[in-house]
Design a binder for this molecule. Structure first.
Ligand SMILES: [Zn+2]
Length: 353
């Protein structure tokens, strides 16, 4: 199957998060026909090849897509060519990466490798559910990992995490007309003071990720127009840097705010791999890039624990989750060469001949 044919078959197989079964079937059959011994759990697939006992490199990307948004020209599930561009849901995020990894694996499996490649094509990346995190323990020890996401083959060596704080301002309710006499305490006023404090907070900048502000993203409070509210709740979304500890951050918020602060979600951990790590060097060499970049969006890298990793793949993050997303054939071809080159270079750096 040519790269173009493989990408078309992936994009034309619907695979919204949680509904990856048909695509996992198709990919599993394609890989088995090439002689790979494919393991499967749920809608997650993985297989290994190369030299056992050598360094082990994970190539990962995700099979699922978000649901189509408004604004698509034509059916998002029917891939269409516009010159060298293939347009369709998931073409960019991340079926181009999946196709490139499959084709790189085919090429690599014909070579005499200095290490072992582990390929994992996983589910529910977009919803953080039954995906890579659930099979990681079965992949064995890993010396490096590449998370395939559309980065224009820029090598992301730092990725922001996500900390969501739930803040609850408490007051004392009462009829508005008697508020002063009753000593009512307006929880919305209290929340407003705290929100101004959150908006003014500064966080240290990261060399690859730059600086970041906390954002208040939701607020609710008050039952009646004539009653002083006794509670107001708001959520804070902070994209964290690799040198920021989520628990320490939550404690710092609690110290500065009048509201009660609790951690609503912190499972997307911030990640970074040192620029001089052999994995980053191998990725930069394979991509022909001078230095690594940072990425503000999270990915399955968040669940890889201590495994050194980078995020890189063909396509463009700004096309993701947008109408009319596409991947070009030259981008796909470059992606195949990138994953194959990264693996051989990584093994060469770890096991010099
Ligand atoms: Zn993605």
């Amino acid at each position: 199957m040519s790269p173009a044919e493989l990408l078309v078959s992936l994009v034309s197989t619907r695979s919204l998060s949680g509904e990856e079964g048909p695509l996992a079937d198709l990919v599993q059959a394609h890989l088995a026909a090439q002689g790979f011994a494919v393991h499967r759990q749920g809608h997650n697939l993985w297989f290994t090849f190369g030299r056992k006992g050598g360094p082990r490199l994970l190539l990962n990307s995700h099979l699922d897509t978000v649901p189509p948004c408004a604004g698509w020209e034509g059916d998002p599930f029917t891939p269409t060519w516009h010159g060298a561009r293939l347009q369709g849901l998931g073409a960019n995020d991340a079926k181009g990466c999946v196709a490139a990894i499959i084709l790189a694996a085919s090429a690599l499996s014909q070579q005499n490798l200095n290490g072992e490649v582990v390929v994992a094509l996983t589910a529910e990346e977009e919803t953080g559910g039954q995906g890579l995190a659930t099979i990681l323990g079965q992949l064995g020890p890993l010396d490096g990992a590449v998370v395939g996401e559309p980065t224009g083959l820029r090598v992301c060596a730092a990725q922001r995490g996500l900390l969501v704080l739930k803040c609850t301002a408490r007051g004392q309710s009462g009829h508005v007309a008697h508020a002063q006499m009753l000593g009512a305490v307006n929880a919305i006023h209290k929340a407003a003071r705290d929100i101004a404090r959150v908006a003014a907070m500064e966080f240290p900048a990261h060399p690859l990720l730059g600086s970041q502000k906390a954002q208040v993203t939701q607020i609710s409070g008050g039952l009646r127009r004539n009653q002083v509210p006794d509670a107001c709740e708001f959520f804070v979304d902070l994209r964290t840097g690799p040198d920021q500890d989520h628990a320490a951050l939550a404690a710092a918020f609690q110290q500065q705010l009048e509201s009660e602060v609790s951690i609503h979600s912190q499972r997307y951990l911030p990640k970074a791999t040192a620029p001089e790590h052999p994995l980053v060097r191998a990725a930069l060499e394979a991509a022909g890039k001078a230095g690594p970049v940072g990425s503000g969006t999270t990915s399955d890298w968040a669940f890889l624990g201590e495994v050194p990793a980078v995020k890189a793949g063909p396509g463009d993050t700004f096309r993701s989750h947008q109408a009319n997303e596409y991947l070009t054939l030259p981008e796909l071809e470059a992606g195949i060469a990138f994953y194959a080159g990264l693996a051989t270079t990584f093994f060469r750096l770890l096991v010099p001949r």
